[in-house]
Design a binder for this molecule. Structure first.
Ligand code: NAG
Ligand code: NAG
Length: 453
């Protein structure tokens, strides 16, 4: 019994670690969503426009005879496409000239004007890539953009006879560039941009707000700096935002929580702000803010705002204040981890309403008082950690969970239990009075209104 409980613990622990780690393990890829969470939908679609040069004809160039699609195009008369040099873009345009825009190259035949338009944009981006360990950009030559490594084409939503770059997947390519400006923001039909584990840096251009179809933006595990990319605020199409494992800093605009996102991964950056106290309403299912420097209390309206949340990962921040009883309204949550913060006060009985929770980690805070035994009766608990706090009392259900290895409550102040803090540790803590607001709410169990304490 003990062994199986411990192994379940490790499975859950590794699972959670992978979730936050942003590595390329199988578990984390699920949470990157490459398989299950709606990501790569376009990539996985099998209805990419089939590339068949002869079927496409572009009346833009004199040598294309669109009336006779079966006749071979006079390609041999042209210079080989890949040798066409791209004129370098000067750093500063002479003031007397209009701004230098990438020009559509002559001599290449594109399946669609949309591809011709993005060709110079891609080539300009290729020129600023300073490192390409896998030789990806070697494939970025010629007019067949849909076969460039990392690029995927599809029909744009507003024209079913056209073909355009719909998706970019640079995950794990290890590319280095000091900016995505002039590239990402200039691909008008882009729906997905996945660039996990590259070395892209700089700040994010506000022009991405003009991409009407972008719904998944994954910039995780890069070198981005600067403030939260405000451009994503108000992007109606966006449903997946993953900027974890970068060096973004400053505060989080509260408006991001009211946006129509399903997934918001902000963990492992340098965000410092207090969590917004009024979150509004959102559709966020996955919220990870872990490993930042968030301060202040948990928002009281967290559950009203985020009732659909299934994962709440707030560990390793500097959150303070008491736990709001409203946490009990997070009845869809399966993983709730607020460990390694500075949260104080007792546990609200309402935690007993997190009926789906399997991992509940409140360890390494400044929590105290009795552990409501009803929390230890949650039906789906696999692991609950209350260690490294100042709890003083546990009831029979909790003691049973300790015995079978599900509850870790070491390093508290519970008389008679092994591995507790010393009196020297406990006494000074309790010498300071600690008061939480709304004390009368702590025994309310919203899902069991008739519960008798
Ligand atoms: C389709 O959408 C693109 C990108 O927003 C836009 O430039 C183009 O004008 C639209 N075309 C039509 C036919 O609506
Ligand atoms: C759709 O795209 C095709 C190919 O680019 C183009 O010929 C056609 O005019 C477009 N239709 C509209 C309504 O814009």
């Amino acid at each position: 019994m003990k062994i199986s409980a411990i192994s379940i613990f490790w499975v859950v622990l590794l699972f959670t670690a992978g979730l936050v780690a942003g590595d390329n393990s199988e578990e984390s890829r699920v949470f990157h969503g490459d398989d299950n969470n709606g990501k790569n939908v376009v990539n996985n679609r099998k209805n990419f426009w089939p590339w068949d040069e002869d079927n496409y004809c572009f009346p833009l160039w004199p040598f294309s005879d669109c009336s006779k699609p079966d006749e071979p195009l006079p390609i041999p008369a042209l210079p080989p496409p890949s040798t066409l040099p791209i004129p370098p873009i000067p750093l500063l345009s002479p003031p007397s000239l209009p701004p230098l825009l990438p020009s559509i190259p002559s001599g290449l035949i594109f399946a669609d004007l949309r591809l011709a338009v993005v060709y110079p944009i891609i080539q300009n981006f290729k020129n600023i890539i300073t490192s390409d360990p896998l030789g990806i950009t070697k494939t970025w030559v010629g007019s067949d953009i849909c076969r460039y490594k990392g690029f995927f084409c599809d029909k744009p939503p507003n024209n079913s006879t056209a073909i355009s770059v719909a998706s970019i997947d640079f995950n794990g390519f290890g590319l280095s560039a000091t900016t995505l400006e002039g590239f990402l923001d200039q691909l008008p039909d882009l729906a997905l941009f996945h660039a996990n584990s590259n070395f892209f840096s700089g700040t994010l251009s506000s022009n991405i707000a003009k991409l009407p179809y972008l719904y998944e933006l994954d910039l995780s595990n890069n070198r981005f700096t600067g403030p939260f990319p405000l451009a994503v605020i108000g992007m109606e199409s966006l449903s997946f935002l993953d900027i974890r494992f970068n060096q973004f800093s400053g505060s989080i605009p509260p408006a991001i929580f009211t946006q129509n996102l399903n997934v918001l991964f902000l963990n492992d950056n340098n965000f410092v702000s207090a969590l917004p106290q009024l979150l509004g309403t959102t559709h966020i299912l996955y919220l990870t803010l872990a490993n930042n420097k968030f301060t202040g209390p948990l928002p009281r309206d967290i559950a009203k705002a985020l009732s659909a949340l299934t994962q709440v990962l707030l560990m390793n921040n500097q959150l303070t204040g008491c736990l709001p009883y409203e946490l009990g309204f997070l009845n869809e949550v399966t993983v709730f981890d607020i460990s390694h913060n500075k949260l104080t006060g007792p546990l609200p009985f309402s935690l007993a309403c997190m009926e789906r929770v399997s991992l509940l980690d409140l360890s390494a805070n400044l929590l105290d008082g009795m552990v409501p035994d009803i929390i230890c009766q949650l039906p789906n608990l696999v692991k609950i950690s209350l260690s490294d706090n100042y709890f003083t009392q546990v009831g029979p259900y909790c003691r049973n969970l300790i015995n079978i290895g599900i509850l870790d409550i070491t390093n508290n102040c519970i008389p008679g239990l092994p591995s507790q803090r010393s009196l020297f540790d406990c006494a000074p803590f309790f010498a300071q009075p600690r008061i939480c607001p709304y004390m009368e709410t702590y025994t309310i169990i919203p899902c069991k209104p008739n519960f008798i304490h």
